[in-house]
Each structure stands twice: as C-alpha cells, then as structure tokens.
Design a binder for this molecule. Structure first.
Ligand code: WTA
Length: 636
C-alpha cells in the first residue's frame, strides 16, 4: 500500500472515530448486524456493537471456507522434534466442529468456563476455537505455570473442564502437563471440574482417571456437523489471568465483537498483512495475550497463513528459528526484545547462515526495545530492508494500541511512536494534567488511553470494583495503563516501563506482590520484598530480600542452600518464570516510618548502584547492614 492510504486511515479515524470503528467491525461477518456502535452511557462499562450477534470461531474458519479459501493453508506446524503438520482452513474447521461437539457431549454449554493448559500445538488453537464456537469462555493458562497457579485460576473462574495434553516438547524433552493438572485437581481441590480432556502429544504414560477423556477418542465419537450460532457482541469470549499490583492475579475479561474487531483490524494494519502472499509467524505462546490476539484471533480472522512452532529458540540449537523462517519463507515475524537480546549476545553467525530475504515486517512486543536491540533486529535479522513495528499494548487492551504502521512514517529505534488509527492516548502528570509538549519533547508522565476502544477489557472476572479502581480511578475518565511515557520533540511516544509493582521478565508479566506472597508461604520466611532488577537480557530479573524465622530454621542450612530451596519453592508455587535470580537474606527491610517497604532502595542494591536517599527511613542503619552483605553476589 502506498503511504498515502496509511495517512487516510489516520484521517478517517480522526474525522469520525465511531464511524471508523463501525467500518472495521463490518469487515467481520455478523450473524446479526449491529446498529449501535458504542454505548458509553455508564462509564467505565462500555458496550460495543451491542445489538449485533457474532461468532468468533465462524469468523476465523467457516467464513474463509464459504468464501472459497478452504484450501488455503491456515497453520504450518513445526514440532520441536522436527515433525510437521499443515492445516488448511477447511481442515481446521472440520477439526474444530468435531471438538465443539465433543465439548457439548461432555456437557459444556454457552457461558461455561473451560481452562486450557496446553503446549504450542495446533490442537490448542482448535480447542480455543471450539470453546468460542459454542459460546463457552476459555481461560488459557500458560503451560509454564505450576499446578498451584493452575488450581487457583481454575477455581477463580469455576471452570467446568480442563483441556490439556500429556505433555509438550521443550528443550529436547517431553514436558509433563497432565501430571500438573492431576496435581492441581488432587483431593477434589477443584470441585467445579467435571472432566479433563487430554490431547496425546508426547505419548508419555499418563494416569487416566474416570474424569479423564482422551481428545482423540472424544473427537472420533463426535459428530462432524456443527453450525455456529451467533452470540451477542458483548458475550464473554475469554478470561486471561494476568499479574497486577496485588498478590492475586486478575482474570481479565474480553467479550466477542469488540475484541475480534480490535484483534483483526490491528493485525491487518500494523503488520500490513497481505492475505494471499504473506507467511506470518508470531513466536508468542497462546498462554499470553499476544498468543490470543496475534496467533489465534487476529491472523485467523484475517485468513492469514501462519507458522506455529512448539519449542524453544535453542532446540536443538540457536539456528532453529532462522531455519524455520528460511524454510517457510516467513515474511512477517513478531517476537519479544528479550529474544533479540539473547541472539545479540550469541552473535550474528547463527542468523547470518540463513536466507532471511523473505522477511519484510518485523514486530516487537512485551517490553521496551532498547536502541541497540532495535538496530540489531533491523540490520542483522531484517537485512536493513524491513519495517520494524514496536507495538505497545497490554492484556487489558486486547490489541495493539501504540505502534508505527509500516511505511506510514519514518520509524525510530526504540519508540512505539503513536497510537494506531482509532486509538486516543495521552501522557499526564501526577495530577492528571497533560504534560506540556515542547520542541524538546515533554517530561515523563503516566500513559493514559483517553477514549474507549472496542477490544478494551470489560472487567475483572468476579470483581467489578477492582476494574473501576485499578484502571479508571486514578485519572478521571481516562484509562490508566500503569506505564510511564514521554513525548519527544516530534510528538512521538517513548515508553518508559511500568510505574507500579508489575515487572517484566523476558516479556512475561509478573507481580512483585505475588512472588512475595509465595515466599512468605514458606515456613522459613517471616517477611519478603521482591524487586525487578535491570537485566541485560531479560529486561528485568526477580531479586528477593527475605527475613528468616530463626525459630523455624531448625538445623539451619547455610544461606546458599536457603536460597536454593526458596527459589525452587517459588517455581513450585508460581512457575519457573517467577524463579528469583537471587535471594538475599537480610535481618531487616528498609521501611518508612509508616511501615511501607522502600523498594526503590532495594532496587538500588539489586542493581548494584549506590543506595539513594534514605532520609525517610525509620532506621537508616538498615541499608548499611544490607549493603555490607551485598558482596555475596548472585546465588545462581
Ligand atoms: C509492557 C503484553 C514497552 C508494558 C502485550 C505493558 C511494552 C505491559 C511494550 C503489558 C512495548 C508491552 N514497549 N513496553 N512495545 N509492549 N509492554 O499484559 O509495560 O503481558 O504495560 O501484554 O508490557 O504486558 P502484558
């Protein structure tokens, strides 16, 4: 597309924002057309396309088949061991219909919640689309989360069924999943669960109880016919748990018509998708929002052909991703800065040996991309030829909010630049006053989204107050994102990272409070404070400070062993992604006179900086004591 038409998009959205969104929504196929675009009469509770009816699965599958694209490849699957499988849109539809009937046979009905705990295989996409097809609500739990995390998510959503696999292949090994499900359900600790549907992937031995049903058996018995009915636009589509500033993850709720509009529109425009020629690959796991919007709903609603890869970038070695790009002639590639930085460290030789000339658009997501990584991505991966889109968004926003659009403007290394057409954002100070833009740019402030958008979260599952408090109370009438940002002299936006206790480790979102509560659940730990310390590769790393209960230590192991035990404990409680890089045993934590832990000072220590201002501490000798211990180094 010529750059002019990109500018038309900005102009059209500016001239008539709601008309623009209605036009985007009308790119989808509606069972019943909508007449009302937005109801914002009761903010912050939005209703988009309220009187329309739609089926998300139909839009991702049936529609393409009916429009003559049934033979087009939907999924090019590459298993970690090297097995491959291709699904055309017709084949994906046929499997999804059977899966939908299998779910109905197991008693799942519209509105019921279904937990999905799976590896990155085509059945995961089929499971998601089957759940959506019958109007049930999926809650995908990342396969790297522990049994404990899975259990709390199942119980919070009162899920009726879990879809899992015997395991998945990761780093050359079969990684057990069914076992974790069994552990989560042990002793009837998830009473709402009626059945567990198990996909056979690794063929490892798994114990099958009376509740458990093999996916292949259920699909073999299921009818191949299933007609998708339309659901109200505001019918819940999925819940996705994400970390906030408190110890308990929140179930972010997305509904059907608005979410699908945001996911499909942004996917098309941000990646400049050419449906008939592009080969798209997003490396995100479906356990995260990026996998929902840019592996499942966006690309499939747009009829794209995409690669799905099961494993890690280093299996069997660091050539793997680049081999895949060359093999399938991937033209649009979407990944996280952490991955780019990992490859930068390894060196360009692993990339250079492969023909990556098919690439034309490169996306980045999940954390700020530093200029060095941006240039490396651009030069080494993109051969200085590709457009880079640095996309800022969140689980809550459902789809990309701030990003360059290919060829519309000159990109900058490290700036997500501007909101995409249809989205209105601002940066405000402490008091909610917009920061002043000058020729040199602005001061740093808080990023807000200033008008409702179709794929916005509709709430926090089971907790309407939390939705209002967390997102809509800090700055009146505006959505508070939790990120710091500033404008440069051209009015482009630079994201500065989270301003709250949410941390990003390898692009994965974690909460310091959640890790702290996991730590204090251990009988050795009296108190814990967790910070995200700057990390060269993973952006941030978990560093924990703990005060031990001397009376509980018994035959006191040494500090190194204590560190080891507590790090494994966090893995067991939350998952390996939350495992602290370092645990420091301290005798006190720095607190203000009102008893608040001063994480800022701990962050200084964790990042090896001189400790900042300690004058507000109740006892300033605490930091001296912690500093004196510092030289122990990481206990990895
Ligand atoms: C951060 C991931 C800078 C940000 C899609 C946000 C980013 C949080 C970017 C949401 C980016 C995401 N530049 N920061 N391009 N993309 N973030 O919910 O802090 O896992 O608030 O969604 O990731 O993380 P979440």
């Amino acid at each position: 597309m010529a750059s002019n038409s990109k500018h038309d998009l900005y102009d059209a959205a500016k001239a008539d924002r709601l008309g623009f969104w209605a036009a985007q929504a009308n790119q989808l196929s509606w069972h019943k057309p909508f007449t009302k675009t937005l109801d914002w009469s009761n903010p912050p509770f939005a209703k988009w396309f309220e009187d329309g009816q739609i089926n998300a699965s139909y839009n991702c599958l049936d529609r393409h088949v009916l429009e003559g694209r049934g033979d087009k490849t939907a999924i090019l699957f590459e298993g970690e061991p090297g097995d491959t499988k291709t699904y055309s849109y017709s084949q994906l539809l046929a499997e999804t219909k059977k899966a939908a009937n299998a779910l109905l046979d197991l008693g799942v009905r519209s509105g019921d919640r279904v937990a999905i705990y799976m590896p990155m295989i085509p059945e995961t996409v089929i499971a998601i689309l089957a759940v959506a097809r019958i109007g049930a609500v999926h809650s995908v739990v990342f396969g790297g989360f522990s049994a404990d995390s899975l259990r709390s998510r199942i119980n919070d959503a009162q899920a009726k069924l879990v879809i899992t696999a015997d395991g998945g292949f990761r780093k050359g090994k079969a990684h057990a999943l069914k076992e974790a499900v069994d552990q989560a359900l042990l002793d009837n600790s998830c009473p709402s669960i009626e059945h567990v549907l198990v996909v056979q992937r690794t063929k490892t031995d798994v114990a099958m109880s009376a509740k458990d049903v093999w996916w292949h058996d259920a699909l073999a018995k299921a009818s191949p016919e299933h007609e998708a009915e339309g659901f109200d636009s505001e019918h819940p589509l999925f819940i996705l748990y994400t970390s906030g500033t408190t110890g308990k993850p929140k179930g972010i709720l997305h509904t059907t018509g608005g979410y699908l509009t945001g996911a499909s529109y942004s996917h098309k425009v941000v990646f400049d998708l050419q449906r008939d020629t592009d080969i798209y690959w997003c490396t995100a796991d479906v356990g995260w929002i990026t996998g929902h919007s840019y592996v499942v709903y966006g690309p499939l609603a747009n009829g794209a052909t995409q690669v799905i890869y099961e494993g890690t970038p280093d299996s069997p070695n660091f050539e793997r991703w680049w081999e895949i790009i060359a093999k399938y002639k991937v033209s649009i590639f979407y990944t996280a800065p952490t991955a780019i930085r990992t490859f930068m460290k390894i060196g360009r030789a692993v990339v250079d040996g492969h023909d990556l000339t098919s690439l034309r658009v490169l996306g980045s997501v999940g954390e700020p991309i530093n200029p060095e990584a941006w240039h490396w991505y651009h030069d080494v991966v993109g051969g200085s030829r590709c457009e880079i889109v640095d996309t800022w968004w969140q689980t809550e926003t459902g789809s990309i909010m701030i990003s360059p659009i290919p060829h519309a403007f000159k990109t900058k290394s490290g700036s997500a630049q501007r909101p995409i057409p249809g989205i209105t954002v601002g940066i405000v100070d402490e008091n909610g006053v917009p920061v002043k833009k000058t020729a040199d740019g602005s001061e740093a402030g808080y990023l807000t989204i200033d008008e409702p958008w179709p794929s916005m979260l509709r709430g926090v599952w089971g907790d309407p107050d939390r939705y209002v408090e967390t997102y809509w109370s800090r700055f009146k009438g505006k959505y508070f994102a939790g990120d710091g940002a500033r404008f440069d002299g051209d009015g482009d936006i630079w994201l500065l990272g989270r301003i709250d206790d949410v941390i990003k480790v390898s692009g994965h979102r974690l909460s310091t409070a959640e890790i702290e509560s996991a730590l204090v659940e251990h009988h050795w730990v009296a108190e814990a404070a967790v910070v995200g310390a700057k990390d060269e590769i993973t952006e941030q790393a978990v560093v924990a400070f703990v005060i031990l209960r001397q009376d509980e230590l018994g035959d006191a192991p040494n500090e190194e062993e204590i560190g080891k035990v507590l790090r494994s404990w966090v893995t067991e409680k939350i998952g390996a992604i939350a495992r602290p890089r370092q645990i420091m045993v301290v005798s006190e934590l720095p607190k203000t006179r009102s008893g608040k832990i001063m994480r800022r000072l701990l962050k200084d220590v964790a990042e090896g900086r001189p400790v900042g201002d300690t004058t507000t501490l109740a006892d300033s000798s605490v930091m001296t004591a912690i500093n004196d211990k510092l030289h122990d180094g990481a206990n990895d």
